[in-house]
Design a protein around this ligand. Sequence first.
Ligand code: C5P
Length: 228
Amino acid sequence: MYLLIPAAGSGRRMGSSRNKLLLTLLDQPLIAWTLLAADASESIDWIGIILQPQDRADLQTIVSNLSLSKPVHFIQGGATRQDSVYNGLQSLPPMAKHVLIHDGARCLATPNLFDRCAEAILHCQGLIAAVPVKDTIKVVDQKTHLITSTPDRSQLWAAQTPQGFEVERLQQCHAEGRRQGWEVTDDAALFEQCQLPVQIVEGEETNLKVTTPVDLAIAEFILRQRLA
Ligand code: C5P
């Protein structure tokens, strides 16, 4: 199974001047944990890491220090996550039929989650790992800050990655998204806009996306528990 890891973001919401994926989490750069989990997955056999040019040297050093068992390819990222994944899809070998996309910032996803998604994508066109929402979610008017509605929580799931797709269909959806000017924060949204079905795979509560300093502290706590 082919895996693309978008890792070309910044550290803005982390309050960091460098890419948050290069920050230290326990004794490793954050992205190293993501790569180790992907490498330990039985189903992944090709890893493409999508990066910004200024991070290339650091990421190459991290990858070579990890001595992974699978080949890692370095792919130039874009201005947004959507652009980065678009570039990643262009860089897949022509024989790639299915792909998993997993945010570098979700460094706690387990090898088992990769394996479950890799198995499931062989039987559907698109999927995402997701978990039921625990909070009550409000839709809020951006200007007035007044609540406009409260969606029924039993229908709400929090999207995670990995997200898996048939490569050709996802490429078509990305191309359509560019033509139409759709701006999305995950790949499933492009699939949905194209009226294609996206399946839910039960995700992991610990599979958080490290975005702010609090997330980093929680991730460290979870990793310590796992390693104890
Ligand atoms: O910023 P956020 O954490 O939501 O980004 C999700 C993932 O997309 C991260 O792993 C980040 O490195 C990646 N990304 C990217 N290219 C961008 C912006 C974000 O690959 N231009």
